[in-house]
Design a protein around this ligand. Structure first.
Ligand SMILES: [Zn+2]
Length: 294
C-alpha cells in the first residue's frame, strides 16, 4: 500500500514553489500519478531470471567504478551512450583515469579484495547470495534504502536539471511502484530529512565520456550501503539526443537510484544502453516490492 503521509508536506511544497516562482515543472512535487499503478498482482515473469555473475553477454554486463572515500567507498554505475559498447566504455573511462572494475566483477567483491577485511568479505558474500532477479529485472546488489519507520522507504528526487530532462515525469512513473515511494522535489526546497532519503539529479555537458548517465552511491567501511548518504545522478547533455532519449536515460538512472540494476529486455528503460524506451517494464515493477518487503 502506498504511503500518503506526505500529502500535507507536498501541498506545502507546491504552494511554496508557486509563490517563489521556481520553474513550473517543480509544481508537480509529490503529486499523485495520473495513471493506475502498474504493479498489480504479479503474473509469471516475462522470462526466466538470470542470477549468474560474470555474465558474458553485453546486456548482462554493468560498468562499475569503486573509489575509496573517507567514510567507505563510492560505487558508480556508468551507462553507455547509444552505440557505445561496455568494452568501449571501460576503455574510455580507464583513459580518463577512472578506476573501472573488470568485466564481471561485483563491487562488493572488489571492496573485499581492496580492503582485505574478512568482515567485508562476509558482507560481499551475503550481498551476492541475496541479490534478487525477477524475469528480466535485477536488483542493484547491496543497494537497498531503509524504511526508517515509514511503511515504504521515501526517496526524494531533488531536481537540479534543465527543462530538457524530464525528471518530474520519470519520477512520477516510478512513484507507481509498490514497495518504495519516489517523490519529485525541486532542489532549492532541499532534502526534507526525518528519515526520508534524497537523490540529487544533475545535468551538464560532461563531454564525450562514453556514458549517457551515471548513478553513484556510498557505502560504509564494511561495503554495506550507507543509508545516511545521498545518491547522485548525472545526466550527460553531450549524449542527450531526442526527447525520448532524455526520458529513457532519466528513467534508467532513477531506477538505479531506487536500487535496480540492468534489465535484459529492450522493453525496459533499464536496458543497459541508452535508447528510446520511456518506461520500466512489468518485471521492474514486480521486483521492487520483493526487494523492499511489501
Ligand atoms: Zn545502468
Amino acid at each position: 500500500m502506498k504511503v500518503r503521509a506526505f500529502t500535507a508536506l507536498a501541498v506545502t511544497t507546491i504552494s511554496l514553489a508557486i509563490a517563489t516562482g521556481v520553474p513550473a515543472y517543480a509544481a508537480s512535487a509529490g503529486s499523485a500519478p495520473t495513471t493506475a499503478p502498474a504493479a498489480s498482482a504479479p503474473a509469471a515473469p516475462a522470462s526466466a531470471p538470470d542470477t549468474a555473475r560474470g555474465q558474458a553477454a553485453d546486456e548482462l554486463d554493468t560498468v562499475y567504478e569503486v573509489v575509496k572515500t573517507a567514510k567507505g567507498y563510492a560505487i558508480t554505475v556508468f551507462d553507455p551512450a547509444a552505440g557505445v559498447s561496455n568494452a568501449q566504455l571501460r576503455s574510455e573511462l580507464a583513459k580518463a583515469g577512472h578506476k573501472v572494475l573488470a568485466k564481471g566483477t561485483n563491487p562488493g567483491d572488489a571492496i573485499a579484495a581492496a580492503s582485505g577485511s574478512t568482515s567485508v568479505t562476509a558482507t560481499a558474500a551475503a550481498v551476492s547470495t541475496s541479490c534478487q532477479a525477477y524475469g528480466t529485472a535485477r536488483e542493484w546488489c547491496g543497494h537497498r534504502w531503509a524504511a526508517n519507520g515509514f511503511e515504504d522507504p521515501a526517496v526524494y528526487m531533488l531536481d537540479h536539471t534543465s527543462s530538457a530532462w524530464p525528471v518530474s515525469a520519470a519520477t512520477n512513473t516510478w512513484y507507481q511502484a509498490q514497495g518504495i515511494d519516489a517523490y519529485y522535489r525541486w532542489y532549492t526546497n532541499g532534502c526534507p530529512g526525518g528519515g526520508r532519503h534524497c537523490v540529487h539529479v544533475y545535468n551538464a555537458y560532461y563531454g564525450a565520456t562514453g556514458w549517457a548517465g551515471l548513478t553513484t552511491w556510498g557505502t560504509d567501511s564494511t561495503g554495506d550501503y550507507d543509508n545516511t548518504t545521498n545518491v547522485t545522478v548525472k545526466l550527460n547533455d553531450t549524449y542527450g539526443g531526442t526527447a525520448a532519449n532524455h526520458r529513457n536515460v532519466a528513467c534508467h538512472e532513477l531506477g538505479h537510484a531506487l536500487g535496480l540494476n540492468h534489465n535484459t529486455s529492450t522493453g525496459s528503460c533499464l536496458y543497459y544502453m541508452q535508447g528510446t524506451t520511456l518506461y520500466p517494464n512489468s518485471d521492474d515493477f514486480n521486483i521492487l516490492p520483493r526487494m523492499y518487503g511489501y
